[in-house]
Ligand binder design. Structure first.
Ligand code: ATP
Ligand code: MG
Length: 452
């Protein structure tokens, strides 16, 4: 079997081989090659010690990223490449990091410290694949199997539990039975893992093509990563719109939005406030008044704890806040929404509402016809390039200054004009706007200024 490697990887392997060392591409890239996917990066493992690696790449820029763990980053052909010495990890006393690492000259020992059989293979041109643990067959069959005893491996580093189900979601694979049982048993240990590591794996999991199935299959693992999901599991909605409990509804909805992080996170968290807001009405139906607001508060807490970037937190909470808002085709209402959210977020919100609707009881999924037609109307409206913001008005601050408006009154006048334009009462044309101002003189109106 031959794989075509990018020039920087070819070159690094050749330089190390020429210097008398063993060197292989290893890990995720070998797995991806076998699966016919394009690897994201090419990690290299070598028998050369870090000092020896540095010597081999003496003529190239190197960065000592993780020298303690034996990793040297080299810049070759304009690309960075991580080159790591064969290593064995020492004891793990904290379920997170090895107490120390030691270097070895044995590729097999290096492979044995890796997480799953499909991630423990090495490849070099002319030498083919080195597969010590049956990774080729497991990859072919779509099986995620721990290298060695799964419970031991998960107790060493609990993040591997989340990685296992992340790979299951991304590749649409299944966990081998013993690996699966150990993952469930050891799940509480994930509580010790840092937010950054959890967040990175969770994001990949959510954007996986089998995310919904994996969420449904492993609620006990997800509930350690995000404890607020726990109360949703099995929570019956007792409402005719719903055929799933809150957690299952959420998992189904996740699959029905495009695989981009803000949408998937918003879908995951849109109903997280439901268990807190449930009440059984006299009509015998379960209701969740105010759940969107409660979900926003919880989403904010969750995403802050996971150290999600601020911009993403804002995107997600905006979508959660309005996930059940009633959107109408009326152009006046549409312009208001487009003004409030901006077109991009507005269309994201439509995706969220469609995902939410697709996970309702079948009789109610038809609401999506309405959302599709709403999208069409919104696109037609935008094609006319309507004025949706103050900046889009055909008069600006200078025009109003010239008319004698100042300070808060000027801002209030612009806002009043935008309001009239959004309402469709006056066209966004300079003459019309100035004419309206002349008739509705707000220059000397202190109330308007004060309210600004
Ligand atoms: P991706 O394609 O998402 O990058 P990957 O398998 O390359 O997946 P990385 O996090 O880049 O994942 O790790 C590279 C390799 O390092 C893995 O393939 C695996 O061999 C090993 N590895 C990574 N994390 C762990 C871990 N927590 N425990 C054991 N081995 C690990
Ligand atoms: Mg990788």
């Amino acid at each position: 079997m031959t794989f075509s490697l990018p020039p920087q990887a070819e070159k690094a392997l050749a330089l190390l081989h020429d210097a008398g060392f063993e060197a292989w591409i290893v890990g995720g890239c070998v797995r991806d090659f076998l699966l016919g996917l394009v690897p994201k990066d090419y990690d290299i493992t070598t028998s050369a010690l870090p000092e020896e690696t540095k010597k081999v790449f003496g003529g190239y820029p190197t960065i000592e990223t993780g020298a303690r763990h034996g990793t040297i980053t080299v810049v070759l052909e304009g690309e960075t490449l991580e080159i790591t010495t064969y290593r064995v990890d020492g004891a793990y006393s904290d379920a997170r990091h090895p107490d120390g690492v030691s270097f070895t000259r044995s590729l097999r020992e290096d492979a044995a410290r890796r997480d799953f059989t499909m991630n423990a293979m090495a490849y070099a041109p002319g030498l083919g694949i080195r597969d010590f643990f049956g990774g080729t067959e497991d990859a072919r069959q779509g099986i995620i199997r721990a290298v060695g005893d799964p419970e031991t491996r998960f107790r060493e580093d609990a993040l591997r539990i989340l990685r296992a189900i992340r790979f299951a979601a991304v590749l649409d694979f299944s966990l081998e039975e013993a690996t699966q049982a150990a993952a469930r048993r050891c799940a509480p240990a994930l509580g010790k893992i840092s937010a950054e590591r959890l967040y990175a794996e969770l994001g990949k999991l959510l954007c996986g093509k089998a995310a919904g199935r994996v969420l449904r299959q492993y609620p006990e693992i997800l509930s350690v990563v995000i404890p607020e999901l726990g109360p949703m599991v099995g929570f019956q909605q007792q409402n005719e719109h719903h055929c799933y409990d809150v957690y299952t509804h959420t998992a189904v909805a996740v699959d029905h939005v495009p695989p981009v992080l803000p949408l998937r996170l918003a879908m995951l968290l849109h109903d997280v406030g439901k268990p807190d807001t449930f009440f059984l009405g006299e009509d015998g139906q379960g209701h969740f008044y105010g759940h969107a607001r409660r979900s926003v508060a919880l989403a904010e807490t969750i995403l802050t704890r996971l150290r999600a970037p601020r911009r993403l937190r804002e995107q997600v909470t905006t979508l959660v806040r309005y996930h059940d808002a009633v959107l109408e085709e009326d152009p006046r209402r549409l312009r208001r929404w487009l003004n409030k959210l901006g077109p991009e977020t507005f269309f994201d919100l439509l995706e969220i509402q469609r995902g939410d609707t697709a996970a309702l009881a079948p009789a109610y999924c038809t609401r999506n016809d309405r959302l599709n037609s709403l999208e069409k109307v919104a696109k037609e409206l935008l094609a006319e390039k309507p004025c949706l913001t103050m900046k889009g008005l055909s008069v600006n601050g200078n025009d109003l200054l010239a008319l004698g408006y100042q300070g808060p009154n000027l801002g209030a006048a612009l806002r009043a004009l935008l309001d009239r334009v959004l309402e469709g009462e006056i066209p966004n044309e300079k003459q019309a706007l100035l004419g309206w101002l002349a008739q509705n003189d707000t220059k000397n109106s202190p109330e308007r200024g004060d309210n600004a």
